[in-house]
Design a protein around this ligand. Structure first.
Ligand code: ZN
Length: 419
């Protein structure tokens, strides 16, 4: 019995897998704290390849702009004023796990049980990964164990490419004009910032950047980043008596004083958190970088106030030390920006059902490019890709589920063409 969701998915799968394996081998890790776009040159290697491949399937206007954004058009096949629909995925991979030298492995017809990868003793254990436990019989793609796979978001890139190639080869299938966008630097929160919504010219768009098959997301965290800078008084330790004020120790006390229940590991569902993700420090100066998240803007502000009060209170215990808390907005919950356009989410729901899948409506405990794009006037919910365990060496993706996502794109085109 085929585990594909449809004959369409099965037909698209070989091309999809071929593209996916090609894309993941290109090192496209983005890098934080880099001026300019894209943050790394490797992303351009993939973007240039995508332009070539888009042209090869007939999208003659495909081009890469100076900031590393690829845009292209697949003209519609229906008359009338159907809206232009956008499809988006990001080419970069996370800086949080090794991303160079990815060598994908396809484990055909997974028989269940742990998957042992050849490098670093990395094991994918279904006992610890309920999603994997349900994929017996699927073809599972992993890395070799010492890098991430890059399904986030090359699964999305490959799904769009394979769906577009299929649609371009089948002009008899109804479709609106489709605009394709491949963006850089999503993982460092910069994917949407230089996106030219006007030039893209779509009425709405979909990011192919979710995970579990069926996922359709129209709600994200609202996110801010906070940088706490503590300055102490640095003196040679041999002469420090009564003089030294150790900023690193103060940073440790600030971390210890943050509410233990407001962490990513202790929260779920709709609860927010305060998450220190990088700490650097010397006696003279310590910097704590944190992200603060919530679905509710008032609660988000409350978490930021707690962080600020905690840092100030701890550092105030030492009058010669000083603290600065710099809060930067990262992205908004997309929900309020999508609500005025219910047809956008409805069309995706319909397309997922047409592929024989029950839509899963889960809020994203994170952000996507769609968060900012929706705020910028391009309503952009997020759709599943079939990849899992993102940003880790255990990342994996099911070929059958990726094919389901690509087939969903073809269905989505039809849903919009028939509106
Ligand atoms: Zn992603």
């Amino acid at each position: 019995m085929s585990l594909f969701t449809s004959p369409l998915a099965e037909e698209i799968a070989p091309d999809l897998l071929d593209r996916f394996q090609r894309y993941v081998r290109i090192d496209t890790q983005s890098q934080r704290d880099i001026e300019g776009s894209p943050s790394t040159a490797g992303q351009l290697d993939l973007s240039r390849l995508l332009v070539e491949e888009l042209r090869a399937v007939g999208l003659q206007d495909a081009e890469l702009d100076d900031n590393g954004y690829v845009m292209a058009t697949l003209p519609g096949t229906v008359d009338g004023d159907t809206p232009v629909v956008g499809l988006l995925a990001h080419v970069d991979t996370s800086p949080d796990a090794p991303g160079r030298g990815v060598e994908p492995i396809v484990h055909r017809a997974y028989t269940g049980g742990p998957i042992e990868l050849p490098r670093n003793d990395t094991v994918l254990d279904p006992a610890a990964m309920p999603e994997l436990a349900g994929k017996e019989g699927h073809d599972i793609v992993t890395s070799s164990g010492d890098t991430l796979l890059g399904a986030d978001d090359k699964a999305g890139v490959a799904e769009i490419m394979a769906a577009i190639a299929h649609l371009a080869a089948h002009p008899e299938l109804p479709r609106p004009t489709l605009r394709i966008g491949f963006t850089p630097d999503e993982e460092i929160g910069q994917g949407a910032s230089r996106f030219d919504v006007e030039r893209f010219g779509a009425a709405c768009a979909y990011t192919m950047d979710g995970s579990t098959v069926g996922e359709l997301q129209d709600e994200t965290f609202s996110g801010v980043e906070a940088i706490v800078t503590i300055r102490g008084v640095d003196v040679h330790p041999g002469f420090a008596t009564g003089k030294l004020v150790n900023a690193a120790r103060l940073a440790g006390r600030v971390l210890a004083a943050l509410p233990a229940e407001l962490t990513p590991e202790a929260t779920s569902g709709r609860q927010g958190f305060i998450h220190p993700y990088e700490v650097t420090g010397t006696a003279g100066k310590a910097v704590i970088r944190l992200i603060v998240r919530d679905f509710d803007d008032d609660l988000l502000e409350r978490h930021v106030a707690v962080l600020r009060a905690t840092a100030e209170e701890v550092v105030a215990s030492e009058p010669r030390a000083s603290v600065d808390v710099d809060v930067r907005r990262q992205y908004p919950n997309m929900r309020s920006h999508l609500e005025p356009f219910p047809e956008v989410v409805e069309a995706a729901e319909r397309a997922i059902r047409d592929e024989g899948i029950e839509p899963l409506r889960t809020p994203i405990r994170g952000g996507t490019d769609g968060s900012l794009l929706s705020e910028m006037g391009l309503p952009t919910p997020n759709v599943f890709t079939g990849g899992h365990e993102y940003h880790s060496v255990r990342e994996w993706a099911s070929v059958q589920d990726m094919a389901a996502a690509a087939a969903t794109i073809v269905r989505l085109a039809e849903v919009w063409a028939r509106r």
